[in-house]
Design a protein around this ligand. Structure first.
Ligand SMILES: O=c1ccn([C@@H]2O[C@H](COP(=O)(O)O)[C@@H](O)[C@H]2O)c(=O)[nH]1
Length: 236
């Protein structure tokens, strides 16, 4: 799959999203559609993105009982997106059912979307995890544990911070995807993120894909910000 930085289209509606995308003219981008935009615009916006030739990560982070996730994935499989995800905290059985739903729901002429699992959100710090999730371990231990569960369940990879990418490769295998949000250029505002890494360090640490939102979408010149991120990411 194409390794361009994945741009998080965190916009309230398609008018904002299309205005943003129009700046890139005919460039085929890798974009992420999250809950905000999908809940507002639904599948018609996904179809529009596809008609423009963009790669799509549909970031809905499913987390429910196995049967519900199975049936929902069966539906999402028909959308023709490139990547979807679940929360690993839903457990091994839920992840296996998610994969089964995707496999059964993908039309014969399409490729099954990659399925990845969120380990610990990049906004979560070790202190918060220990206090609120009552996990009395290092944050890396929890991330690696979830990555191993996702790997065993047959998933294609995980969402993690680039800080954990190397250890995940060692615990699974090199082709297991590490998709890493929490990306910031030096000096950028970290906002609500806790585990942040630059594009260049993410590459060095072993990320396969980086996800970048506000550093691009809220920049004074989003095109220029995207080119800077892409340059750093591709250079290393
Ligand atoms: O652990 C996670 C999982 C998903 N995200 C999503 O990525 C982007 C990051 O946006 P920034 O503006 O670059 O912080 C956003 O859509 C999150 O929902 C994540 O950050 N961490």
């Amino acid at each position: 799959m194409v390794q361009k930085p994945i741009i998080a289209l965190d916009f309230p509606d398609r008018v904002y999203a299309e205005q943003f995308l129009n700046q890139f003219q005919d460039e085929k981008l890798f974009v992420k559609v999250g809950m905000e935009l999908f809940y507002k615009e639904g599948t018609s916006f996904i179809n529009w993105l596809k008609s423009k030739g963009h790669y799509i990560f549909l970031d809905l982070k499913l987390h429910d009982i196995p049967n519900t996730v199975y049936s929902s994935m069966k539906v999402l499989a028909g959308l023709g997106v490139d990547m979807v995800n679940v929360h690993a905290a839903g457990g091994s059985k839920m992840m296996e059912y998610a994969l089964k739903g995707l496999e059964e729901g993908t039309p014969k002429e399409m490729e099954r979307p990659k399925l990845i699992a969120v380990t610990q959100l990049t906004s979560t710090s070790e202190e918060q995890m220990q206090r609120e999730q009552l996990i009395d371990r290092k944050l890396e231990d929890s991330v690696i544990h979830y990555a191993k569960l996702a790997f065993k369940a047959g998933l294609d990879g995980v969402v993690c911070s680039a800080l954990e990418a190397g250890e995940i490769s060692d615990a699974t295998n090199k082709s297991f995807l590490k998709v890493t949000p929490g990306i910031r250029m030096i000096g950028d505002n970290s906002h609500d993120q806790s585990r942040i890494v630059t594009p260049s360090d993410a590459r060095k640490l072993g990320s396969n894909h980086i996800v970048v939102g506000r550093s691009i979408t809220q920049a004074e010149n989003p095109m220029q910000a995207y080119e800077r991120v892409k340059h750093e990411w591709e250079l290393n």
